[in-house]
Each structure stands twice: as structure tokens, then as C-alpha cells.
Design a protein around this ligand. Structure first.
Ligand code: PLP
Length: 425
């Protein structure tokens, strides 16, 4: 059937033959051939074997403009020469030591200079581990158990937050009354993102974060701001921009320059729980915490992401959001784009959500079709509709992305006419 979603899949199968064959082998050794839930999509993901600046290539030799950037972490794209140089230099001396190393000092100093909340720093290997540590500190410091988080919030593969638990309470994002009703004197902490990232790029409404912060202070709970994604959007973090004075800040992604990283920044008194001589010390170790490669790459990557670079990324992202929306309108597809700094999300809906986006089945089908169509157009975005910019992108890359979206919308319209006729929700 011409223009159907079957045709889209057939086209994809034909053009990604080597990935298809490899997928069979991956599936023999890894569940669904994957090691990251988020990276799976049907019928199978392409196998990428090369990344350079803003472009990635798959094993069939197809080229894509990368607007996923390893889920926002590669803010300078792939293989930035200055980051590679720093890593090569680091490798000459070793990769990791069970001892302090000057690269850790340099990165920690930089974080302290830049982020007002960072009186002290503790490194981990991922944002998930940073969340785990922050919850332990909050419970040790307050002697309380309850943690308040948000529907659609994401803080990594942390059992309690990912799967729920007896001490976890959730409120709707941007619903201040809802938060106030659950954030009381039994709470050790409230954990919140400046915008829902995985929850559909839903920015906080003006005043929301400030009010949650004030409520946490009122009830003696820690205000833990998860800036793992948002750090790329403002020079001093969102907490610096809004003067939020969080107790603890979770960081990750861009802080490692493309290598595994996480960290907790915050008040010295709280980070002090990880001091082995603290009377109620928490034992916190990690074989690769603060490893030389990550720390060296992180320093260079952060230095290059200065205020001017961030402003440019955010401005270009705003323009691209408008172009994607107008491309959809020209193609006759109902779509809106939500944005937080240089991170965007396409919604096949009539309005941007203010709570966690929960696409219905028609929208999910539409987003899956859009994703496949984008791959066929040479644009590598997230299956769920998220995209973000890197400093490696030129005007030409951005133009390719905008026109790729417009063509992909046309294919989606032809493949799923009901998504256009009825609206996606
Ligand atoms: C807001 C937020 N917090 C925490 C995490 C977890 O970080 P990691 O994947 O490094 O464990 C992520 C990852 O996407 C995230 O987006």
C-alpha cells in the first residue's frame, strides 16, 4: 500500500540490511539486542559505527545529522578535536588511579567556579549514581525516609524512583498545591528537574521551582535539583539563573565530555556525609569515580561551553522549533514543539503539555512513524520525539534537519492519516 506505515517499515528494512542482520546476532546475546531500554525501537535500531561532529554513520554507510547527541550529553558533537587531544594527553599518564588526581581537582574547581550551589563536589560514574548518593545524604541529614518526586520525572535507573517504593510519593509537575499536599515534615527530600526531560520536555511554569524550593525549606526537607539534562541550557545551571539555592544538585552528561560521569554538588555540610571522618559517615566508593579520562574530557568540554556558546545553541534551537512547527503545518500534520534551552520535543498534538506528556496510542504510533521517516531522511532523533543541538552543527546541518522533518511529516501524514484528521490525542 503506497504511503502506508508498512511501506515506511519496508523502506527502512531495505536500507538498513546490515543492521538487520546484526540485530539477529545482538538478540542472541542481549535481551532485545539492547543494553539501554530507551534506545530500542521497532523493527530494530540501526547499528552506528562512526560519529564525527554533527554526523553519525551506520554500518550500511548511511549518514545522519545527529540531533540526539547521546541523549543530550554530546553537547559538542562527536570527537571534538580539543576533547580528543585532552583525552590523548590523559591516556599518556594512565586512565584511573585509586588516589586523588589533578584532573579531578581541575574539574571540581571549574564546577565550583561556575555553579553557585557547588560548595563541594562528589563524583560518580552516572547521573543514576548521583541520584542514589543524594537520597542517602538526604536521609542521613534529616533522619527522615520519604522522598517526593514528580510524575514523569526521570532521575536514572534508581530502584526507588524508577520502580516506586513505600517511601516514594509523587506529585504532578507544575501542580503547586499537589506538591504542598505531599511535601510535609516526614519528607527527607524533594527531587525535581527544571523541566521534565524524559517526561516530554515540559518546562516548569514561572515561579514553580521557587515555590517548591520555599516549601522544602519550610518543612525541613532537602531541595534536590536534578540538572543532569538542564546544565547545558544556562551557564550557571538553572539554579544559578533562577537563584534557587538548592541543597544538592545532580549533574552528569555534559560534565564528562562524552565519557561516563555523574556528580553531586552542594552544601559542604551535606557533602560532608561522604567524609570518612564524619561522625555519621556514609561509605561511598566507586572504582571509576573521578577517573582521569572523564575528568580531563569534562574540563575541556565545560570550558568550551561558555555563556556565548549556550546562548547561540538556545537561539538556534528556538529557530529550529519554529521551523519544525511550520514544516508540520505545511505538511498538514498537527504538531507542536516544546523546548527547554537547546532541547526540543515534537508532540503530535494541538498544545504543549504542562504536565508529564502521556501520548495516547495514536500519537505514539505517529511518533514511531515520524522517527522511522526521519531516519530515512537522514536525521537521527530520539524515538520518543526529542531532539537537541550540539555546537558542532552548522547552518547547513540545521537546514537539513528542518527539511528532513518536513519531508518526514509528509510521510507520516500519508502513513497515518487519522493522526492528522483526528489530532493525536
Ligand atoms: C534528568 C536526568 N537525571 C538523571 C539521569 C540519569 O543519568 P545516567 O543516564 O547518566 O545514569 C538522566 C539520564 O537521562 C536524566 O535525564
Amino acid at each position: 500500500m503506497p504511503g502506508s506505515s508498512e511501506e515506511l517499515v519496508r523502506d527502512y528494512l531495505e536500507k538498513t540490511e546490515r543492521s538487520r542482520a546484526l540485530h539477529e546476532r545482538f538478540r542472541r546475546v542481549m535481551p532485545r539486542g539492547q543494553t539501554r531500554t530507551i534506545a530500542h525501537f521497532d523493527p530494530y535500531p540501526v547499528v552506528l559505527d562512526d560519529g564525527n561532529g554533527a554526523v553519525v554513520r551506520d554500518v550500511d554507510g548511511r549518514e545522519y545529522v545527529d540531533v540526539l547527541n547521546n541523549y543530550t550529553s554530546l553537547v559538542h558533537g562527536h570527537r571534538h578535536p580539543e576533547i580528543l587531544d585532552a583525552v590523548r594527553r590523559a591516556l599518556e599518564s594512565g586512565t584511573v588511579f585509586p588516589a586523588p588526581h589533578l584532573s579531578q581537582l581541575e574539574l571540581a574547581d571549574l564546577l565550583r567556579e561556575r555553579y553557585p550551589a557547588a560548595e563541594q563536589v562528589r563524583f560518580t560514574n552516572s547521573g543514576s549514581e548521583a541520584t542514589l548518593l543524594a537520597l542517602r545524604i538526604a536521609r542521613a541529614a534529616t533522619g527522615r525516609r520519604v522522598v517526593v518526586a514528580f510524575e514523569g520525572g526521570y532521575h536514572g535507573s534508581v530502584p526507588e524512583l524508577a520502580d516506586g517504593g513505600p517511601d516514594l510519593v509523587r506529585a504532578a509537575y507544575n501542580d503547586l498545591r499537589g506538591v504542598e499536599s505531599v511535601l510535609g515534615p516526614s519528607a527527607a527530600a524533594v527531587v525535581v528537574e527544571p523541566f521534565l526531560g524524559n517526561g516530554g520536555v515540559v518546562p516548569a511554569l514561572p515561579g514553580f521551582l521557587q515555590r517548591v524550593r520555599a516549601r522544602a525549606a519550610e518543612v525541613g526537607a532537602l531541595f534536590v535539583l536534578d540538572e543532569v539534562q538542564s546544565l547545558r541550557n544556562s551557564f550557571g545551571g538553572v539554579h544559578g539563573k533562577l537563584d534557587l539555592s538548592p541543597d544538592l544538585v545532580l549533574v552528569g552528561k555534559i560534565v564528562g565530555g562524552g565519557f561516563p560521569v555523574g556528580g553531586v554538588l552542594g552544601r559542604a555540610e551535606l557533602l560532608g556525609y561522604t567524609d570518612p571522618l564524619h561522625p555519621r559517615a556514609l561509605s561511598h566508593s566507586g572504582t571509576f569515580n573521578g577517573n582521569v579520562v572523564t575528568a580531563s574530557a569534562g574540563v575541556v568540554s565545560l570550558r568550551m561551553l561558555d555563556a556565548g556558546a549556550i546562548e547561540q545553541l538556545n537561539g538556534r534551537a528556538a529557530t529550529l522549533a519554529d521551523e519544525i512547527e511550520s514544516g508540520a503545518a505545511r505538511a498538514g500534520v498537527q504538531a507542536v514543539v516544546s523546548r527547554a534551552g537547546s532541547i526540543l520535543q515534537v508532540h503530535l498534538a494541538s498544545a504543549r503539555p504542562t504536565v508529564a506528556a502521556s501520548p495516547g496510542s495514536v500519537e505514539r504510533q505517529g511518533l514511531a512513524a515520524l522517527h522511522l521517516a526521519l531516519l530515512l531522511e537522514g536525521v537521527y532523533a530520539a524515538p520518543r520525539g526529542m531532539l537537541n543541538l550540539s555546537t558542532a552543527m552548522t547552518d547547513d546541518h540545521l537546514a537539513r534537519v528542518a527539511s528532513g522533518y518536513e519531508h518526514a511529516f509528509v510521510r507520516v501524514r500519508d502513513a497515518l492519516p487519522e493522526a492528522v484528521a483526528e489530532g493525536a490525542r
